[in-house]
Design a protein around this ligand. Structure first.
Ligand code: UT7
Length: 330
């Protein structure tokens, strides 16, 4: 069977302008700038204005990615939106985005893998392009998480923010050097209760009681997630290296899920790779779940850190507990 290679044709990202800083949070919960900086590396998170939806952020990022790729929305075979904060349960946000882009009648679906969603989506898209089933796929990671955060819960409200990032993935032309080496996707549902958004589904439908109890907001056992995050991301990166017979020294950049600077530093230490080879972009965004990796990647492409031909390792973990890696030559 003929096999094709997947190339990132273009990327883009969009961040809402409104910022919620550590100093703002000091006035809302019992916390302080120094604690948040030292424990997370975050100073500010972005917040979409009222009346702006996840699909709107996705639309802005997608327009930039399509323009950079030189591919029109009508040429897309599929739109994937990785999100934990869709516009609504139905229709999916990818279909809403398809209409906003005027992308015709290509396939459109959401990926629900929380913070691992972009890596999951990339792995899925790669399979369609590799086999020749599809040529152009728009993959977006987009979140408006602040609407699912309880601003009385100091463990979660310091972390999360809103953002969108997009990548246009396409079939590489013969002779082009870009490729996805491999993707490695995992989950451990046995410990799924470490990070949950309890209400809004069939288990706990929304009611006044639910709202009074704040069950429409995310709940997290932070310290335990921290440990799993370091282990699962390290394991997923090692799996990718082993599969391709490479070593950490062959990786130009690791782009881990941007949840917490200390988690990122622990992963780098595990790999004995200098932080100079790690993309860190969370100080002014916070944890934007499915958007973090592609926002960080697009920033690093645009400022020249990431160059064509380099080996890049993406790795993520999130609610589920989902995790994975995607290893590529850019
Ligand atoms: O995308 C996936 C989503 N989730 C994550 O990635 C979360 C991963 N976990 C983390 O990032 C960290 O666990 C947190 C940032 C959430 C917490 O940091 P930590 O270093 O694990 O703190 P801790 O939970 O061990 O708490 C240490 C202390 C506690 O006080 P005591 O018991 O030692 O007196 C907490 O009550 O810090 C206290 N604390 C705070 N203090 C000031 C917890 N949150 C705060 C806060 N401000 N916001």
């Amino acid at each position: 069977m003929t096999s094709f290679q997947t190339r990132i044709a273009g990327t883009g990202h969009f961040l809402p302008e409104r910022r919620l800083t550590n100093h703002d949070l000091e006035k809302m919960v019992d916390t302080n700038d120094q604690w948040i900086r030292e424990r997370t590396g975050i100073y500010a998170r972005r917040m979409a204005e009222d009346g702006i939806y996840t699909s709107d952020l996705a639309h802005e990022a997608a327009k930039i990615a399509l323009e950079t790729a030189g591919i029109s929305a009508r040429e897309l075979d599929m739109i994937l939106v990785a999100t934990a904060s869709p516009d609504q349960p139905m229709p999916n946000t990818a279909c809403v985005l398809q209409a906003k882009l005027g992308a015709g009648n290509c396939a459109a679906l959401d990926i629900s893998a929380a913070c691992s969603g972009f890596v999951y989506g990339f792995g899925i898209a790669d399979q369609f392009i590799r086999t020749g089933a599809m040529k152009n796929i728009l993959l977006v990671g987009a979140e408006i998480l602040h609407r699912f955060v309880n601003y009385k819960d100091r463990e979660t409200c310091i972390l999360f923010g809103d953002a969108a990032g997009a990548a246009v993935l396409t079939r590489a032309n013969p002779g082009e050097d870009s490729k996805v080496y491999s993707s490695h996707l995992h989950a451990n549902g046995e410990i799924g209760d470490l990070f949950v958004l309890p209400a809004g589904g069939t288990k706990i439908p929304i009611s006044q009681k639910v709202v009074d109890e704040g069950l429409q907001y995310v709940r997290m056992r932070g310290r335990e997630i921290f440990k799993h995050a370091v282990r699962t991301m390290s394991d997923a990166c090692q799996e990718a290296l082993d599969k391709n017979g490479m070593k950490a020294g062959d990786v130009a950049w690791i782009i881990p899920h941007q949840a917490n600077l200390r988690i990122i530093e622990a992963v780098a230490k595990h790999f004995e790779i200098s932080m100079e080879h790690v993309i860190v972009e969370l100080e002014d965004t916070g944890n934007t779940s499915a958007a973090t990796i592609i926002v960080a990647m697009d920033r690093a492409i645009r400022d020249g850190r990431i160059k064509r031909g380099q080996n890049i390792m993406l790795t993520a973990f999130g609610a589920g507990i989902t995790s994975g890696s995607l290893f590529l030559r850019y």
